[in-house]
Write a new protein. Structure first.
Length: 233
């Protein structure tokens, strides 16, 4: 979904750049509340994992590409503010070192693949946590559904931006079908990967998953006496 240089007109690119700059600024402040001795080491691993998966691209058409995004995964593992920072760093490195996404479109890519996926994924995840049973086993499925929803939403957001300032001669209807249709399938793959990734971490170290903290806070501390332990054995 990386947008190349010149795909959107200058006013639209400038506008998305301003939005991205504001979003990153807010994320820098918010990340101070999320980062601690548990999330800080995981942040680099999350960014590296997302970078690696996003390097696997397949063409969608007219200079655009489809791939796993990872915004929902980042938000759930390290928090939405820190997750957006991870995504922004990934897009910056991709644009500067690999020409994956245009320099003038960096703000657009941060908005679409970072801000939209993080906000959508985190909002869906929190909504599911309110209605699903408050168990650790529900964290990974909720994360997978959040990832599934976030990807086509980001694709549709791209179509809206193209409708506002697109420069290529592409029928809007055809672009909508191509982008949203392909990224629904991408979302299914991302849902599977997100579910497996979050589930594997929750199974061994649930305290490392930012999205699992609400569930952990609700768990009652069970203290067994030596007699109870012996009876259980």
């Amino acid at each position: 979904m990386h947008v190349p240089d010149g795909f959107l007109d200058a006013p639209t690119s400038i506008g998305t750049g301003v939005v991205a700059a504001v979003a990153v600024g807010v994320a820098l402040r918010g990340a101070r509340r999320e980062l601690d001795d548990r999330t800080a080491p995981l942040t680099g691993l999350v960014a590296a994992f997302i970078f690696a998966t996003q390097m696997l691209n397949f063409p969608v058409g007219a200079g655009t590409s489809g791939h796993l995004l990872g915004g929902a995964l980042a938000a759930i593992l390290v928090g939405p503010y820190t997750g957006l920072l991870c995504m922004s760093v990934v897009f910056l490195v991709q644009a500067l070192l690999f020409a994956d996404g245009g320099i003038t479109a960096l703000g657009t890519n941060i908005d679409l693949m970072g801000l939209v996926t993080v906000v959508t994924g985190w909002a869906v995840f929190l909504g599911l946590q309110k209605v699903l049973p408050k168990r650790l086993g529900m964290v990974a499925p909720a994360a997978g559904i959040a990832a599934l929803v976030s990807v086509p939403v980001a694709a549709f957001a791209f179509v809206l931006l193209y409708a506002v300032g697109g420069t290529a001669e592409i029928p809007l209807e055809s672009l909508t079908v191509a982008m949203v249709g392909v990224h629904v399938l991408v979302g299914v793959g991302e849902a599977v990967i997100t579910t497996l990734a979050v589930g594997s971490i929750v199974a061994v170290r649930p305290d490392l998953v930012y999205g699992a903290r609400r569930v952990l806070e609700r768990r009652e501390l069970v203290v067994r006496t030596p007699g109870q332990q012996g009876a259980a054995a």
